[in-house]
Design a protein around this ligand. Structure first.
Ligand code: PLP
Length: 398
Protein backbone atom coordinates (compact mmCIF):
# COMPACT_ATOMS: atom_id res chain seq x y z
CA UNK A 1 0.00 0.00 0.00
CA UNK A 2 2.99 2.28 0.36
CA UNK A 3 2.23 3.55 3.83
CA UNK A 4 2.24 2.32 7.39
CA UNK A 5 -0.79 0.09 7.82
CA UNK A 6 -0.60 0.10 11.58
CA UNK A 7 -0.77 3.90 11.61
CA UNK A 8 -3.55 3.84 9.01
CA UNK A 9 -5.56 1.49 11.23
CA UNK A 10 -5.02 3.78 14.21
CA UNK A 11 -6.16 6.85 12.30
CA UNK A 12 -9.03 5.06 10.64
CA UNK A 13 -10.45 3.38 13.72
CA UNK A 14 -13.64 5.12 14.68
CA UNK A 15 -13.42 5.66 18.40
CA UNK A 16 -16.65 5.54 20.34
CA UNK A 17 -15.95 8.99 21.78
CA UNK A 18 -15.58 10.40 18.26
CA UNK A 19 -18.81 8.67 17.25
CA UNK A 20 -20.60 10.23 20.22
CA UNK A 21 -19.09 13.64 19.47
CA UNK A 22 -20.44 13.57 15.90
CA UNK A 23 -23.84 12.34 17.06
CA UNK A 24 -24.01 15.00 19.78
CA UNK A 25 -23.40 17.81 17.27
CA UNK A 26 -26.00 16.44 14.89
CA UNK A 27 -28.58 15.93 17.66
CA UNK A 28 -27.98 19.43 19.08
CA UNK A 29 -28.72 20.89 15.63
CA UNK A 30 -31.97 18.90 15.52
CA UNK A 31 -33.41 19.49 19.00
CA UNK A 32 -31.24 22.23 20.58
CA UNK A 33 -27.99 21.90 22.52
CA UNK A 34 -29.74 22.35 25.89
CA UNK A 35 -31.77 19.18 25.30
CA UNK A 36 -28.77 16.96 24.61
CA UNK A 37 -27.10 15.73 27.80
CA UNK A 38 -23.62 15.05 26.53
CA UNK A 39 -21.35 13.58 29.22
CA UNK A 40 -18.83 12.02 26.88
CA UNK A 41 -15.81 14.32 26.83
CA UNK A 42 -13.14 14.80 29.50
CA UNK A 43 -12.61 18.45 28.58
CA UNK A 44 -12.36 20.64 31.70
CA UNK A 45 -15.45 22.83 32.12
CA UNK A 46 -14.08 25.26 34.67
CA UNK A 47 -11.96 28.07 33.26
CA UNK A 48 -8.23 28.38 33.78
CA UNK A 49 -7.48 30.54 36.84
CA UNK A 50 -7.58 34.29 36.10
CA UNK A 51 -3.96 34.43 37.24
CA UNK A 52 -2.96 32.16 34.35
CA UNK A 53 -4.69 34.30 31.73
CA UNK A 54 -3.26 37.46 33.25
CA UNK A 55 0.23 35.97 33.25
CA UNK A 56 -0.07 35.05 29.57
CA UNK A 57 -1.14 38.61 28.73
CA UNK A 58 1.59 40.16 30.88
CA UNK A 59 4.35 37.96 29.46
CA UNK A 60 3.24 38.84 25.93
CA UNK A 61 3.32 42.54 26.82
CA UNK A 62 6.54 42.63 28.78
CA UNK A 63 8.89 39.88 27.60
CA UNK A 64 11.15 39.87 24.62
CA UNK A 65 9.00 38.28 21.92
CA UNK A 66 11.87 36.49 20.17
CA UNK A 67 12.92 34.82 23.42
CA UNK A 68 9.37 34.11 24.53
CA UNK A 69 8.47 32.29 21.33
CA UNK A 70 11.88 30.76 20.73
CA UNK A 71 13.00 27.17 21.19
CA UNK A 72 14.00 26.30 24.72
CA UNK A 73 16.54 23.61 25.48
CA UNK A 74 15.06 20.18 24.71
CA UNK A 75 14.48 19.29 28.38
CA UNK A 76 12.88 22.69 29.06
CA UNK A 77 14.00 26.12 30.22
CA UNK A 78 16.51 25.81 33.07
CA UNK A 79 14.82 28.38 35.30
CA UNK A 80 11.37 26.84 34.73
CA UNK A 81 12.69 23.41 35.67
CA UNK A 82 14.37 24.86 38.74
CA UNK A 83 11.19 26.41 40.14
CA UNK A 84 9.08 23.33 39.37
CA UNK A 85 11.69 21.08 40.98
CA UNK A 86 11.67 23.31 44.10
CA UNK A 87 7.90 23.13 44.23
CA UNK A 88 7.92 19.31 43.94
CA UNK A 89 10.54 19.11 46.69
CA UNK A 90 8.59 21.28 49.07
CA UNK A 91 5.19 19.70 48.35
CA UNK A 92 6.14 16.05 48.41
CA UNK A 93 9.24 15.81 50.57
CA UNK A 94 11.55 14.45 47.85
CA UNK A 95 14.81 16.13 46.89
CA UNK A 96 13.93 16.78 43.25
CA UNK A 97 16.84 18.16 41.21
CA UNK A 98 16.03 20.28 38.16
CA UNK A 99 18.29 18.14 36.02
CA UNK A 100 15.95 15.15 36.41
CA UNK A 101 12.94 17.12 35.24
CA UNK A 102 11.89 17.12 31.59
CA UNK A 103 9.20 19.49 30.29
CA UNK A 104 6.65 17.90 27.94
CA UNK A 105 3.58 18.59 25.83
CA UNK A 106 1.18 17.20 28.49
CA UNK A 107 0.64 13.78 30.02
CA UNK A 108 0.16 12.02 26.68
CA UNK A 109 3.66 13.10 25.68
CA UNK A 110 5.03 12.35 29.16
CA UNK A 111 3.69 8.80 28.91
CA UNK A 112 4.81 8.17 25.32
CA UNK A 113 8.29 9.43 26.15
CA UNK A 114 8.61 7.54 29.45
CA UNK A 115 7.46 4.29 27.85
CA UNK A 116 9.80 4.74 24.91
CA UNK A 117 12.64 5.44 27.37
CA UNK A 118 12.22 2.19 29.31
CA UNK A 119 10.73 -0.35 26.88
CA UNK A 120 13.25 -2.21 24.74
CA UNK A 121 11.66 -2.90 21.38
CA UNK A 122 11.90 -6.46 20.12
CA UNK A 123 12.55 -7.93 23.57
CA UNK A 124 8.95 -8.79 24.38
CA UNK A 125 8.74 -6.15 27.13
CA UNK A 126 5.38 -5.93 28.85
CA UNK A 127 3.67 -3.03 30.61
CA UNK A 128 0.93 -3.68 33.15
CA UNK A 129 -2.05 -1.32 33.40
CA UNK A 130 -4.85 -1.47 35.94
CA UNK A 131 -8.39 -1.74 34.63
CA UNK A 132 -10.30 0.39 34.12
CA UNK A 133 -7.60 2.30 32.22
CA UNK A 134 -7.24 5.27 29.87
CA UNK A 135 -7.58 3.69 26.43
CA UNK A 136 -4.65 5.56 24.90
CA UNK A 137 -2.24 3.52 27.04
CA UNK A 138 -2.53 0.76 24.46
CA UNK A 139 -1.44 3.11 21.68
CA UNK A 140 1.50 4.52 23.67
CA UNK A 141 2.74 1.12 24.88
CA UNK A 142 2.49 -0.56 21.49
CA UNK A 143 4.13 2.40 19.79
CA UNK A 144 7.08 1.99 22.16
CA UNK A 145 7.31 -1.67 21.11
CA UNK A 146 5.76 -3.12 24.25
CA UNK A 147 2.77 -5.29 25.03
CA UNK A 148 -0.11 -4.11 27.22
CA UNK A 149 -1.10 -6.48 30.02
CA UNK A 150 -4.29 -5.79 31.99
CA UNK A 151 -4.66 -6.33 35.71
CA UNK A 152 -8.31 -6.68 36.75
CA UNK A 153 -9.47 -4.59 39.72
CA UNK A 154 -11.27 -5.44 42.95
CA UNK A 155 -14.98 -5.72 42.37
CA UNK A 156 -17.05 -2.72 43.44
CA UNK A 157 -14.16 -0.61 44.90
CA UNK A 158 -12.02 -0.64 41.74
CA UNK A 159 -8.89 -0.55 43.89
CA UNK A 160 -5.95 -2.64 42.65
CA UNK A 161 -6.38 -6.39 43.18
CA UNK A 162 -2.89 -7.10 44.51
CA UNK A 163 -3.10 -10.87 43.98
CA UNK A 164 -4.18 -10.40 40.37
CA UNK A 165 -1.44 -7.80 39.85
CA UNK A 166 1.21 -10.15 41.20
CA UNK A 167 -0.03 -12.95 38.94
CA UNK A 168 0.44 -10.70 35.87
CA UNK A 169 4.13 -10.01 36.55
CA UNK A 170 6.73 -12.15 34.81
CA UNK A 171 10.33 -11.85 33.61
CA UNK A 172 9.20 -9.68 30.67
CA UNK A 173 7.44 -7.07 32.85
CA UNK A 174 9.25 -3.79 32.32
CA UNK A 175 6.82 -1.17 33.55
CA UNK A 176 3.56 -0.58 35.37
CA UNK A 177 1.30 2.44 34.87
CA UNK A 178 -0.65 3.76 37.84
CA UNK A 179 -3.29 6.42 37.25
CA UNK A 180 -4.76 7.93 40.40
CA UNK A 181 -7.18 9.72 40.61
CA UNK A 182 -8.35 7.41 37.89
CA UNK A 183 -9.91 7.97 34.51
CA UNK A 184 -12.59 6.53 34.18
CA UNK A 185 -13.47 5.38 37.73
CA UNK A 186 -12.62 8.53 39.72
CA UNK A 187 -11.05 6.24 42.33
CA UNK A 188 -8.01 7.38 44.31
CA UNK A 189 -5.74 4.46 45.18
CA UNK A 190 -5.35 4.32 48.94
CA UNK A 191 -2.00 4.44 50.69
CA UNK A 192 -2.56 0.83 51.70
CA UNK A 193 -3.01 -0.17 48.05
CA UNK A 194 0.08 1.80 47.01
CA UNK A 195 2.22 0.23 49.73
CA UNK A 196 1.09 -3.27 48.80
CA UNK A 197 1.67 -2.62 45.10
CA UNK A 198 5.15 -1.24 45.71
CA UNK A 199 6.07 -4.16 47.96
CA UNK A 200 5.16 -6.53 45.12
CA UNK A 201 7.26 -4.48 42.70
CA UNK A 202 10.29 -4.57 45.03
CA UNK A 203 9.99 -8.32 45.48
CA UNK A 204 9.44 -9.10 41.81
CA UNK A 205 12.28 -6.81 40.66
CA UNK A 206 14.59 -8.74 42.97
CA UNK A 207 13.21 -12.09 41.84
CA UNK A 208 13.72 -11.34 38.14
CA UNK A 209 16.94 -9.41 38.64
CA UNK A 210 15.90 -6.28 36.76
CA UNK A 211 14.13 -3.03 37.49
CA UNK A 212 10.38 -2.79 36.95
CA UNK A 213 9.58 0.89 36.42
CA UNK A 214 6.56 2.51 37.98
CA UNK A 215 5.02 5.18 35.77
CA UNK A 216 2.68 7.50 37.68
CA UNK A 217 0.16 9.12 35.34
CA UNK A 218 -0.99 12.14 37.31
CA UNK A 219 -3.08 14.62 35.31
CA UNK A 220 -5.83 14.51 37.96
CA UNK A 221 -3.63 14.83 41.07
CA UNK A 222 -5.12 18.19 42.10
CA UNK A 223 -8.74 17.23 41.41
CA UNK A 224 -9.75 15.54 44.66
CA UNK A 225 -12.96 16.17 46.57
CA UNK A 226 -12.75 14.46 49.88
CA UNK A 227 -10.07 14.71 52.48
CA UNK A 228 -8.15 11.93 50.77
CA UNK A 229 -4.44 11.72 50.28
CA UNK A 230 -3.07 10.95 46.82
CA UNK A 231 0.21 9.19 47.72
CA UNK A 232 3.24 10.55 45.87
CA UNK A 233 4.64 7.35 44.38
CA UNK A 234 8.32 8.36 44.51
CA UNK A 235 8.01 8.23 48.30
CA UNK A 236 7.03 4.56 48.11
CA UNK A 237 9.10 3.21 45.22
CA UNK A 238 12.37 4.65 43.99
CA UNK A 239 12.16 3.44 40.37
CA UNK A 240 9.32 5.84 39.62
CA UNK A 241 8.77 8.30 36.78
CA UNK A 242 6.02 10.85 37.43
CA UNK A 243 4.10 11.95 34.33
CA UNK A 244 2.40 15.21 35.21
CA UNK A 245 0.23 17.56 33.21
CA UNK A 246 -1.43 20.94 33.64
CA UNK A 247 -4.28 19.99 31.27
CA UNK A 248 -6.75 19.36 34.08
CA UNK A 249 -5.09 20.95 37.11
CA UNK A 250 -5.06 24.37 35.41
CA UNK A 251 -7.67 23.69 32.69
CA UNK A 252 -5.12 24.06 29.89
CA UNK A 253 -5.61 20.90 27.79
CA UNK A 254 -5.15 22.65 24.46
CA UNK A 255 -1.91 24.34 25.52
CA UNK A 256 -0.04 21.02 25.87
CA UNK A 257 2.17 21.43 28.90
CA UNK A 258 3.41 19.01 31.55
CA UNK A 259 6.58 17.27 32.69
CA UNK A 260 8.33 14.03 33.54
CA UNK A 261 10.07 13.81 36.91
CA UNK A 262 12.62 11.00 37.30
CA UNK A 263 12.93 9.96 40.94
CA UNK A 264 16.37 11.05 42.23
CA UNK A 265 16.73 7.77 44.13
CA UNK A 266 16.17 5.68 40.99
CA UNK A 267 18.87 3.23 40.01
CA UNK A 268 20.83 4.84 37.18
CA UNK A 269 18.60 7.92 37.38
CA UNK A 270 20.90 10.01 35.16
CA UNK A 271 20.95 7.35 32.44
CA UNK A 272 17.17 6.99 32.52
CA UNK A 273 16.88 10.76 32.28
CA UNK A 274 19.11 10.71 29.20
CA UNK A 275 16.92 7.92 27.77
CA UNK A 276 13.93 10.23 28.41
CA UNK A 277 15.74 13.02 26.52
CA UNK A 278 16.50 10.59 23.70
CA UNK A 279 12.93 9.31 23.55
CA UNK A 280 11.58 12.88 23.39
CA UNK A 281 14.03 13.59 20.59
CA UNK A 282 13.16 10.42 18.67
CA UNK A 283 9.45 11.20 18.91
CA UNK A 284 10.10 14.66 17.47
CA UNK A 285 8.95 16.76 20.41
CA UNK A 286 11.88 19.24 20.17
CA UNK A 287 10.74 21.16 23.29
CA UNK A 288 7.59 21.89 25.26
CA UNK A 289 5.74 25.12 24.33
CA UNK A 290 7.97 27.97 25.41
CA UNK A 291 5.30 30.51 26.40
CA UNK A 292 3.47 27.91 28.48
CA UNK A 293 6.66 26.90 30.27
CA UNK A 294 7.08 30.53 31.40
CA UNK A 295 3.42 30.78 32.42
CA UNK A 296 3.57 27.61 34.53
CA UNK A 297 6.72 28.79 36.29
CA UNK A 298 4.82 31.89 37.45
CA UNK A 299 1.56 30.13 38.34
CA UNK A 300 2.67 27.12 40.36
CA UNK A 301 0.26 27.91 43.17
CA UNK A 302 -2.73 28.73 40.96
CA UNK A 303 -5.77 26.50 41.35
CA UNK A 304 -8.92 25.82 39.36
CA UNK A 305 -12.31 25.85 41.06
CA UNK A 306 -12.46 22.20 42.12
CA UNK A 307 -15.66 22.96 44.08
CA UNK A 308 -17.57 23.25 40.80
CA UNK A 309 -16.69 19.64 39.93
CA UNK A 310 -17.50 18.52 43.46
CA UNK A 311 -20.94 20.12 43.22
CA UNK A 312 -21.59 18.19 39.98
CA UNK A 313 -20.30 14.98 41.49
CA UNK A 314 -22.52 15.27 44.55
CA UNK A 315 -25.66 16.08 42.57
CA UNK A 316 -25.07 13.27 40.11
CA UNK A 317 -23.93 10.62 42.59
CA UNK A 318 -26.68 11.31 45.14
CA UNK A 319 -29.45 11.24 42.56
CA UNK A 320 -28.22 8.38 40.41
CA UNK A 321 -27.76 6.09 43.41
CA UNK A 322 -31.26 7.09 44.61
CA UNK A 323 -32.63 6.05 41.19
CA UNK A 324 -30.99 2.65 41.60
CA UNK A 325 -27.76 3.06 39.61
CA UNK A 326 -24.66 1.39 41.04
CA UNK A 327 -21.39 3.29 41.07
CA UNK A 328 -18.37 3.81 43.25
CA UNK A 329 -18.32 7.31 44.77
CA UNK A 330 -15.44 9.06 43.02
CA UNK A 331 -12.94 10.85 45.24
CA UNK A 332 -11.23 12.56 42.34
CA UNK A 333 -10.99 13.34 38.60
CA UNK A 334 -14.35 14.25 37.01
CA UNK A 335 -15.82 10.91 36.02
CA UNK A 336 -18.51 8.68 37.40
CA UNK A 337 -18.17 5.00 36.52
CA UNK A 338 -21.64 3.54 36.43
CA UNK A 339 -22.76 -0.06 36.09
CA UNK A 340 -24.90 -0.39 33.00
CA UNK A 341 -28.46 -1.50 33.67
CA UNK A 342 -28.00 -4.43 31.32
CA UNK A 343 -25.01 -6.66 30.66
CA UNK A 344 -24.01 -5.11 27.37
CA UNK A 345 -22.72 -1.57 28.00
CA UNK A 346 -23.04 -0.65 24.33
CA UNK A 347 -26.73 -1.54 24.31
CA UNK A 348 -27.16 0.47 27.50
CA UNK A 349 -25.44 3.42 25.82
CA UNK A 350 -27.93 3.09 22.94
CA UNK A 351 -30.84 2.99 25.42
CA UNK A 352 -29.50 6.10 27.20
CA UNK A 353 -29.29 7.85 23.83
CA UNK A 354 -33.05 7.48 23.44
CA UNK A 355 -33.32 9.68 26.56
CA UNK A 356 -30.81 12.14 25.02
CA UNK A 357 -28.11 11.08 27.50
CA UNK A 358 -24.67 10.54 26.01
CA UNK A 359 -22.23 8.45 28.05
CA UNK A 360 -19.23 6.32 27.05
CA UNK A 361 -19.46 2.52 27.13
CA UNK A 362 -16.26 1.31 28.79
CA UNK A 363 -15.36 -2.05 27.28
CA UNK A 364 -12.21 -0.53 25.74
CA UNK A 365 -11.20 0.65 29.23
CA UNK A 366 -10.79 -2.99 30.21
CA UNK A 367 -14.00 -3.45 32.22
CA UNK A 368 -17.18 -4.59 30.53
CA UNK A 369 -20.68 -3.65 31.60
CA UNK A 370 -19.90 -0.07 32.68
CA UNK A 371 -20.28 3.40 31.26
CA UNK A 372 -18.38 6.60 32.02
CA UNK A 373 -20.14 9.86 32.78
CA UNK A 374 -17.82 12.85 32.41
CA UNK A 375 -19.34 15.46 34.73
CA UNK A 376 -16.96 18.23 33.68
CA UNK A 377 -19.93 20.20 32.35
CA UNK A 378 -22.23 23.02 33.46
CA UNK A 379 -24.09 22.35 36.69
CA UNK A 380 -27.33 23.02 34.81
CA UNK A 381 -26.63 20.23 32.36
CA UNK A 382 -26.28 17.79 35.25
CA UNK A 383 -29.42 19.14 36.92
CA UNK A 384 -31.49 19.11 33.73
CA UNK A 385 -30.36 15.57 32.88
CA UNK A 386 -31.61 14.08 36.14
CA UNK A 387 -35.21 13.43 34.98
CA UNK A 388 -33.79 11.67 31.90
CA UNK A 389 -31.54 9.46 34.08
CA UNK A 390 -34.58 8.68 36.24
CA UNK A 391 -36.73 7.80 33.23
CA UNK A 392 -33.94 5.60 31.87
CA UNK A 393 -33.73 3.66 35.15
CA UNK A 394 -37.51 3.31 35.25
CA UNK A 395 -37.60 2.02 31.69
CA UNK A 396 -35.39 -0.87 32.85
CA UNK A 397 -37.65 -1.59 35.82
CA UNK A 398 -40.81 -1.70 33.69
N1 PLP B 1 -3.83 10.22 31.21
C1 PLP B 1 -5.12 10.18 31.54
C2 PLP B 1 -5.58 9.20 32.55
C3 PLP B 1 -6.03 11.06 30.93
O1 PLP B 1 -7.32 11.02 31.26
C4 PLP B 1 -5.55 11.98 29.96
C5 PLP B 1 -6.46 12.89 29.27
O2 PLP B 1 -7.64 12.89 29.40
C6 PLP B 1 -4.19 11.96 29.66
C7 PLP B 1 -3.35 11.07 30.30
C8 PLP B 1 -3.61 12.90 28.65
O3 PLP B 1 -3.64 14.19 29.16
P1 PLP B 1 -2.87 15.40 28.48
O4 PLP B 1 -3.93 16.33 27.97
O5 PLP B 1 -2.11 16.04 29.58
O6 PLP B 1 -2.02 14.87 27.42
Amino acid sequence: MGYNEKMFALGNKRSIIREIFEYSKQRAAEIGADKVFDFSLGNPSVPAPAEVNETIARLLREKDSVLLHGYTSAQGDANVRRVIAESISSRFGVQMPADLLYMTCGAAASLSISLKAVIEEGKGDECIVFAPFFTEYRVFIENAGGKLVVSTPMEKTFQVDIADFESKINERTKAVIVNSPNNPSGVVYSEETVKALCAVLERKSREYGHVIYLIADEPYRELVYADVKVPYLMNYYKNTLVCYSYSKSLSLPGERIGYIAVCPEMEEAKSIYLAVCGAGRSLGYVCAPSLMQQVIAECLDAKVNVEAYKKNRDLLYDNLTAYGYECVKPDGAFYLFVKALEEDAYRFYEAAKKHEILVVPCDDFGVSGYVRIAYCTDYDRVKNALPAFKALAEAYKA
